[in-house]
Write a protein that binds this ligand. Structure first.
Ligand code: NAD
Ligand code: UGA
Length: 480
């Protein structure tokens, strides 16, 4: 029986391995992690991450050919194929701080693999890593190998959160990079056979290692670039009276451009876009390509501008101050259908409002108070480390109140900000919300989910990203 072990039971390792186990019943899959609490959760009824469809997949395989364990060394030593799906955070100190990828966790996983291995292994990079990481990993493994053959493959993951199971069942492509030697090609074939259990072979792309590593960074940069492009347009739409939804619809109808990823928003979030672009920028700089680095840096700058612009719009339209005013925040996760808050734009928007002394009442159907308080207190990039290495729970921010209901959040509020596009926000009883708010009552829709005309008819002053402005907002221009 082929044995697979995945180091890292996170958003990628957990769902990816669960789907491999489901689709390949004759393969034994073990998912291991240094975080004991995460493994305990994977073995319980309350999985550590919320992802539609994940529960069913895990329930079908757990205990049969899918195992979650903190006995990292045992499972690594027994495996034929070892996936590494550990954190690759942005460095916060030293050379490349604020940009380069911190490969501490990757390196320690590689050293451990070398230490405990007694048989030949294929080691698969599942984490997103800088180009040429495979070479560094290969060096660590071969210098400590005791004669064991290690083949390194790059097999980056393209799943998106909230649709992870769907994406894994039906991927646009699976990418496998390996050495162009006979041994490298054999390793590629072995991994291709695993995916071929359910992915059509014409969607399994094989390449050299460096192309696979770089393609992952490039794909995320291209996706984020589309969002920054439409967000840049949203500012111009507000200034000219154009409607960003109409513009992106018209632009996206061009089959060369396509309709996806053209929704204007308060800014993109998530664990990877910013981190991977910063990493790309650093690689460009290290390779003497400052013009290319600056080109990609601009994608992040527009994203930061969009969040700042949103906060400024709120404050300026509410008579230039939100001090002591209750503002309801609807949605804190970085997108709908996930409880993940990593790099969510809600953090920067909330911090901006708190900086102006607002009182925040926050509701998200999937994010609890402890997480929100941690996110608002944590330093940039500190979140991307194993849970037990993150700073201890900080003291709560007093101006922040977290509630479990949109109506409680909005009661007596001066303004409502929609920061995640949860479906339930489309069907709230906005008349009831209006009746219970202070007047004038404002809605700032950072995800373009509400029907502005209906809300205006109720009496709200409405701001929707990239849409024609109410007279009120025109009269209170925001400083960019
Ligand atoms: P995560 O933080 O959810 O999971 C990483 C896990 O690795 C943690 O549980 C941590 O405890 C564990 N870990 C760290 N060092 C370890 C070690 N030495 N031994 C055992 N376990 C260890 O992260 P994630 O979101 O799953 O991302 C993992 C990688 O995949 C990152 O490189 C990320 O860029 C990439 N990626 C993420 C996504 C996504 O949607 N989240 C998508 C594609 C790629
Ligand atoms: C993204 C990529 O889509 C995945 O292919 C990739 O594997 C993953 O990053 C990764 O490497 O981590 P994810 O971050 O989970 O996936 O979610 P997305 O759907 O890409 O959304 C990212 C952010 O962009 C969210 O905040 C979302 O609200 C925002 N977004 C997305 C927009 O503002 N407008 C859009 O049109 C689309």
């Amino acid at each position: 029986m082929v044995k697979i072990c995945c180091i890292g039971a996170g958003y990628v390792g957990g769902p990816t391995m669960a789907v491999i186990a489901l689709k390949c019943p004759e393969i034994e899959v073990a998912v291991v992690d240094i975080s004991v609490s995460r493994i305990t959760a994977w073995n319980s009824d309350a999985l550590p991450i919320y992802e539609p469809g994940l529960d069913e997949v895990v329930k079908k395989c757990r205990g049969k050919n899918l195992f979650f364990s903190s006995d990292v060394e045992k499972h690594v030593s027994e495996a034929d194929i070892v996936f590494v799906s550990v954190n690759t955070p942005t460095k916060t100190q030293g050379l490349g701080a604020g940009k380069a990828a911190d490969l501490t966790y990757w390196e320690s996983a590689a050293r451990m693999i070398a230490d405990v291995s007694k048989s030949n292994k294929i080691v698969v990079e599942k984490s997103t890593v800088p180009v040429k990481t495979a070479e560094a990993i290969e060096k660590i493994l071969t210098h400590n190998s005791k004669g064991i053959d290690f083949q390194i493959l790059s097999n980056p993951e393209f799943l998106a959160e909230g649709t992870a199971i769907q994406d894994l069942f039906n991927p646009d492509r699976v990418l496998i990079g390996g050495r162009e030697t006979p041994e490298g090609q054999k390793a590629i074939a072995a991994l291709r056979d695993v995916y071929a259990h359910w992915v059509p072979v014409d969607r399994i792309i094989c390449s050299n290692l460096w192309s696979a590593e770089l393609s992952k960074l490039a794909a995320n940069a291209f996706l984020a670039q589309r969002i920054s492009s439409v967000n840049a347009m949203s500012a111009l739409c507000e200034a000219t009276g154009a409607d960003v939804s109409q513009v992106s619809h018209a632009v996206g109808k061009d089959t060369r451009i396509g309709p996806k990823f053209l929704n204007a928003s308060v800014g993109f979030g998530g664990s990877c876009f910013q981190k991977d672009i910063l990493n790309l920028v650093y690689i460009c700089e290290c390779n003497g390509l400052p013009e290319v680095a600056n080109y990609w840096k601009q994608v992040i700058k527009i994203n930061d501008y969009q969040k700042t612009r949103f906060v400024n719009r709120i404050v300026s339209s509410m008579f230039n101050t939100v001090s002591g005013k209750k503002i309801a925040i609807l949605g804190f996760a970085f997108k709908k259908d996930t409880g993940d808050t990593r790099e969510t734009p809600a953090i920067d928007v909330c911090k901006g409002l708190l900086g102006d002394k607002a009182l925040l009442s926050i509701y998200d159907p999937q994010v609890n108070e402890e997480q929100i308080q941690r996110d608002l207190a944590m330093k940039k990039f500190d979140w991307d480390h194993p849970v037990h290495l993150q700073p201890m729970s900080p003291t709560s921010i007093k101006q922040v109140n977290v509630v479990w209901d949109a109506y409680a959040a909005t009661k007596d509020a001066h303004g409502v900000c929609i920061l995640t596009e949860w479906d339930e926000f489309k069907t709230l009883d906005y008349q009831r919300i209006y009746d219970n708010m202070r007047k004038p009552a404002f809605i700032f829709d950072g995800r373009n989910v509400v029907d502005e005309a209906k809300l205006r008819a109720i009496g709200f002053i409405v701001y929707s990203i990239g849409k024609p402005l109410d007279q009120w907002l025109k009269d209170m221009p925001a400083v960019a």
